[in-house]
Design a protein around this ligand. Structure first.
Ligand SMILES: NC(=O)c1ccc[n+]([C@@H]2O[C@H](COP(=O)([O-])OP(=O)(O)OC[C@H]3O[C@@H](n4cnc5c(N)ncnc54)[C@H](OP(=O)(O)O)[C@@H]3O)[C@@H](O)[C@H]2O)c1
Length: 284
């Protein structure tokens, strides 16, 4: 799909990855509907990208609320032209051992990453171009591989992957396309200081948001979209996990003391013990 002039609705536009995607798509001449909660961030981005001049607009909406989603429906009704693509990028994270997680934070995470994303997709579907409309759901490596310290987040991204797969098959007798893009750990404020510290200690690679944006653009531009996992060796680990999960169980068992220490903000043990806890497998 050529991006010039295409009308694309992007959630999570005020976030690290969303902003990078918006810049990338705007540079290709796409018209953007930027959705987020932070008006300040959205306004700044819209000014930078001349979104308003280019016939796009911003929408301040909390997608977990009925009102927020209705704001989006009202705007799409007023448009009177079909959308070319929906990119579901809004999401939240939760790092910590399950027993320490705040139950409200778990509810909010599922409400945002799963329920709101599904409901918004359902709402937007009738507005998508029936001959060429595309949906991209931004998942995670953790949507293909359960990782300690992120159990609720992993559950949400596994759910999103299943949703994407089922919807892709549901629409397979139409020209519309659905795909799932799974970034690995990325440098944005989604990750707490504890996650950054843990990734440093484990040697886990972290991408810049522009890497995700470039993958998204290449996915959208391709005649046929395919699901993508970003990063090597993450892609391999996700594949191994789907066939031989015990191998990954054992590797992550070795990382568990480090993960638990960061998840619980415990003091660092003696250097020798830290070294012993390091294992050769690196995931994000
Ligand atoms: N960063 C990573 O390591 C990483 C790795 C893999 C996958 N991902 C996925 O990539 C996506 C973007 O993450 P990011 O790293 O860019 O995170 P981020 O910088 O924290 O941005 C999150 C975005 O989601 C929006 N959002 C959250 N809750 C919302 C709600 N209830 N209603 C509307 N918008 C809401 C935020 O809006 P406001 O800021 O305006 O509230 C913000 O635009 C997420 O789906 C995330 O799971 C991230």
């Amino acid at each position: 799909m050529k991006l010039k002039g295409k009308l694309i609705l992007l959630t999570g536009a005020s976030g690290g990855i969303g902003q990078a995607i918006a810049r990338r798509l705007a540079a290709q001449g796409a018209r953007l509907i930027l959705v987020g909660r932070s008006t300040q961030q959205l306004n700044a981005l819209a000014r930078e990208l001349h979104v308003l001049v280019n016939e796009g607009f911003i929408l301040q909406a909390d997608i977990t609320s009925r009102n927020g989603r209705e704001t989006i429906r009202t705007a799409l009704l007023a448009l009177q032209e079909p959308l070319d693509a929906l990119i579901n990028c809004a999401g939240v994270n939760l790092f910590g051992m399950l027993e320490d997680n705040d139950p409200d934070a778990i509810e909010q995470l599922i409400a945002t990453n799963v329920t709101a994303t599904i409901l918004l997709t359902q709402l937007v579907l009738p507005f998508l171009n029936k001959n060429s409309g595309r949906i991209v759901n931004i998942g995670s490596s953790f949507g293909g591989l359960g990782y300690p310290g992120f159990s609720a987040y992993c559950a949400s991204k596994f759910a999103l992957r299943g949703f994407s797969e089922a919807l892709r098959r549901e629409l397979s007798d139409s020209p519309m396309q659905v795909a799932y893009l799974a970034p690995r750990a990325t440098n944005t404020s989604l990750n707490s200081d504890a996650v950054y510290a843990m990734n440093r200690e484990l040697g886990t690679a972290m991408d810049e948001p522009e890497v995700v944006a470039a993958q998204l653009e290449s996915m959208l531009s391709a005649p046929r979209m395919r699901d993508r996992n970003i990063g090597w060796p993450e892609r391999l680990f996700v594949r191994i996990n789907s066939i031989f999960p015990r191998i990954i169980d054992n590797a992550l068992r070795g990382q568990l003391p480090v993960i638990r220490r960061h998840a619980q903000s415990l003091p660092e043990p003696a250097a020798t013990e830290t070294q012993a806890n390091k294992v050769s497998i690196r995931l994000s």
